[in-house]
Design a protein around this ligand. Structure first.
Ligand code: DHB
Length: 470
């Protein structure tokens, strides 16, 4: 069946919702399939939400029906399939960013996207990479295709996402209009339009996957016990079920950690990055050097910001503070404080089974390796993903590529106690973007675990600022 790419302005409902002591009336255009020939209409669809006052000719702050920037929060988690989400509570029981965005006068477009594990009627996997990024791009193209009818300003699309969703937000931001994705977009019947966006907000992007294992061991090697919480949707409750998992790495995992950690310095050095002061960002064979100091500076900035709030901090053995000023941070003790979350290898498991192994599968093969290291050390004789599939998921490979129209603004956040990926990964993404002339607001917020949308007011301040600077 062929779907129309024309937006039907007459198909909407008006909804009222009251949350956090605030009332909101909005217009909802829901579940619009955004490609002509979808593979899965449960996910290749989007919903558009608009403050109802705009239809009475009113404005909110400086925005109105035509000028409002479009907030584009994906709902991707764990690289799984993701459906559009209405303003309201998310699966963690938290009021979502869409609700607050509408109150602030943004138009909200909530895109769905295919993801790993999705199968069709014949049991073929339909959501392996690059399906998720192709779908987000298709959604952007649908908006542009209908720019005269769509509420909001399609030249001010601001993507938002957390974790795998943060990775996709960064990828969408970097790879605008790159021809590498064209065949996939054509195949699924995306509109023939531009897919670049204005800005990307990325909470803890789980990205640069083929280098994330080595970065993880550069940071966590020597910490052999791991600690994490498992979050599951609990039937009949709007709060998740949480289980604590604690364990000790096996001898094999410890050996793999030793081998992985030495791979990171050559990779980092090959990027030839420089700090703001012009100093080369490097690491020696032991993993020490200016890049470590660079990350330490962000940790210091995080603590300093917290101290300036005047909340007071407990005594911590990695931190020296004098009269509300951070004097020093012991990086190794700081990493002990963070603790390891994942066993080695953290992403490309030698026994397969991680979200990322599944992301790099094919129609017929559920899991594949995506690093030479884990392919070589595979204990299940796993297949290796194609290099192009791996590239299509990595924004680092596209930054500075002249065939991309990169978003002008990025906001990247990585919580100080978020260990789903190494702090090196978000720092590298940030610095590489900055060195290619892109505006990046980067911070490691104090006390924040693996999470997103926890600083909504600051996020909206940033959005307002970057939109006003245009
Ligand atoms: C997510 C978290 C992970 O630790 C990971 O490896 C992939 C995705 C997530 O929360 O989306």
């Amino acid at each position: 069946m062929n779907y129309s790419l024309e937006f039907d302005e007459t198909r909407y409902t008006v909804e009222e919702i009251s949350l956090e002591g605030k009332e909101l009336t909005y217009r909802a255009y829901e579940n619009i399939v955004y490609v002509k020939t979808p593979v899965d209409t449960n996910y290749q669809k989007l919903s558009i939400f608009v403050p109802e006052v705009y239809y009475r000719g009113e404005s909110i702050n400086v925005y109105d029906l035509k000028s409002a920037p479009i907030f584009f929060p994906n709902t991707v988690g764990g690289y799984m399939p993701s459906a559009p989400e209405k303003p309201g509570k998310n699966f963690m029981g938290k009021t979502n960013a869409a609700f607050f965005a509408l109150l602030k006068g943004y138009v909200v477009v909530s895109p769905g996207a295919r993801g790993r594990g999705l199968t069709d009627a014949e049991g073929k996997f339909t959501g392996a990479a690059p399906a998720c990024i192709v779908d987000l791009k298709s959604a952007v193209r649908y908006l542009r295709h209908n720019k005269n009818k769509i509420p909001g300003n399609v030249e001010k699309i601001i993507s938002n996402g957390t974790s795998a969703g943060g990775a996709l937000s960064s990828l969408l931001g970097v790879t605008g209009n790159h021809p590498d994705y064209e065949l996939y977009l054509k195949k699924t019947g995306a509109a023939d339009e531009r897919d670049d966006i204005f800005a990307a907000s990325c909470y803890c992007p789980i990205t640069n996957l083929e280098h994330a294992d080595m970065a993880y061991e550069w940071e966590f090697n020597g910490r052999n016990d791991y600690h994490r919480m498992k979050f599951e949707k609990a039937e009949g409750s709007d709060k998740p079920k949480i289980t604590q998992i604690d364990g000790e790495m096996t001898d094999l995992q410890k050996q793999l950690s030793e081998k992985e950690k030495v791979l990171f310095p050559p990779y980092l050095n090959s990027l030839a990055l420089k700090a703001e002061n012009g100093r080369n960002l490097e690491l020696d064979a032991k993993g020490n050097g200016s890049f470590k100091e660079y990350i330490k500076a962000f940790v210091i900035a995080s603590v300093q910001k917290e101290l300036e709030k005047g909340t007071g901090l407990p005594d911590m053995n990695w931190l020296k503070v004098k009269e509300k000023n951070v004097i020093s941070v012991d990086f190794e003790k700081f990493v002990d404080f963070r603790t390891r979350m994942k066993e080695t290898p953290a992403f490309d498991n030698v026994a397969m089974g991680t979200p990322e192994n599944e992301l790099f599968g094919t129609e017929d093969t559920r899991y594949r390796h995506f690093t030479a290291f884990s392919k070589e050390h595979s204990i299940v004789n796993g297949e290796m993903a194609d290099s192009q599939q791996i590239k299509l998921m990595n924004p680092m490979k596209y930054i500075g590529d002249e065939k991309c129209t990169c978003a002008k603004n990025f906001r990247i956040r990585h919580g100080v106690i978020d260990r789903d990926t190494s702090l090196a990964i978000s720092a590298l993404l940030t610095r590489t973007l900055q060195l290619s002339g892109i505006n990046v607001d980067y911070h490691l917020p104090w006390g924040i675990p693996h999470a997103g949308d926890y600083d909504i007011e600051e996020l909206f301040e940033w959005m307002k600022k970057v939109c006003a600077n245009e």
